[in-house]
Design a protein around this ligand. Structure first.
Ligand code: G3P
Ligand code: CA
Length: 304
């Protein structure tokens, strides 16, 4: 009996006390100014500036998306060979530009000499309406200068401390630390960014998402004290359904702003908003705005 108490009851008691203490000390995240300023309405976020409508991650896309009436611009950052954060999704140039090779092997001037509208087509490659129109790969600085007021989701695509440091510096210098949410799949990039820019809002990295999913699954989501303010998740990852009503409710209860990617069809948009999603990151912001009954200030179709 004494052995049973020592080996089973005592450890269980200790675990219960530890969980109780964790529960008592856990704190939800506080909403950041960039999101509170946008109010409680579901947000429409132009994924890569709205890549279904125009060439992704370009000044042209960001300008048109804002004219359309989106709430936020989403963009991806790499580092050029001369250390400049540049706005492009892939590690290499072939899919979106007329260039070749790794982004990181070219300096800013070389990258900006390329045509970032070269590969965009709305009809499966029958026509390329943005070729030779002067569409370039922008530097992050150019985006900050051109759209100082626009709320932005900024994704650090590489786990390079220099990228996190440069982005933090540029946000501070432009006075836009309260206009962005910075995210990354790379926890090390986020760690470095948070060290440099502790007051800037960030989203959960890949391990943090996994931890939240696991805690929620075993019913201990309330123990989480997030060090980030937003949760960007896909609806599904392989066979695993990530976005469930339970997970979204737990995340919101922990103070997180729940943003779903990449949601392009209106039935899915509807379903996820009903489930509690607070933002749709979409290649087709026109569809989301229409679904929400918000007028679009320009026609997306006229630009295709
Ligand atoms: O917000 C996360 C989402 O942007 C990730 O997708 O397009 O960068 O591969 P992507
Ligand atoms: Ca992205």
């Amino acid at each position: 009996m004494l052995r049973f108490a020592r080996f089973v009851v005592a450890p269980l008691l200790l675990i219960a006390i530890a969980l109780g203490l964790l529960g008592l000390t856990s704190r939800p995240a506080s909403p950041p100014p960039v999101l509170t300023a946008l109010g409680d309405q579901p947000l429409v976020i132009a994924h890569r500036g709205g890549k279904g409508l125009w060439p992704e991650n370009t000044l042209f896309a960001f300008e048109r998306a804002l004219e359309l009436g989106v709430d936020m611009l989403e963009m991806d950052l790499h580092l050029s060979a001369d250390g400049e954060p540049v706005v492009i999704h892939d590690t290499t140039l072939e899919r979106t530009t007329n260039g070749e090779g790794p982004v990181a092997a070219h300096n800013l001037a070389e990258l900006q000499a390329l045509d970032a509208g070269y590969r965009w087509s709305a009809d499966g490659g029958q026509s390329y309406p943005y070729r030779n129109q002067g569409t370039r790969i922008p530097s992050f600085t150019e985006v900050l200068q051109r759209f100082p007021r626009a709320p932005k989701l900024v994704e650090l695509k590489v786990a390079d401390d220099a990228l996190a440091e440069r982005v933090c510096e540029q946000l501070k210098r432009s006075g836009q630390t309260d206009r962005v949410v910075v995210g990354s799949f790379h926890e090390s990039a986020l760690r470095r960014f948070r060290e440099q820019c502790p007051d800037v809002a960030t989203s959960a990295g890949a391990s943090s998402v996994r931890l939240l999913v696991a805690l929620n699954w075993i019913g201990l989501g309330k123990l989480l004290s997030p060090t980030y303010q937003a949760l960007q998740i896909p609806e599904q990852h392989g066979d695993l359904r990530i976005a469930t009503p339970g997970l979204i409710a737990t995340a919101r209860e922990r103070g997180l702003h729940v943003q779903l990617w990449t949601i392009n069809e209106q039935p899915a948009m509807h379903r996820l908003l009903d489930m509690g999603a607070q933002a749709l990151i979409t290649d087709y912001p026109d569809r989301a705005l229409q679904l929400l009954g918000r007028s679009t200030r320009i026609s997306a179709l006229s630009d295709e």
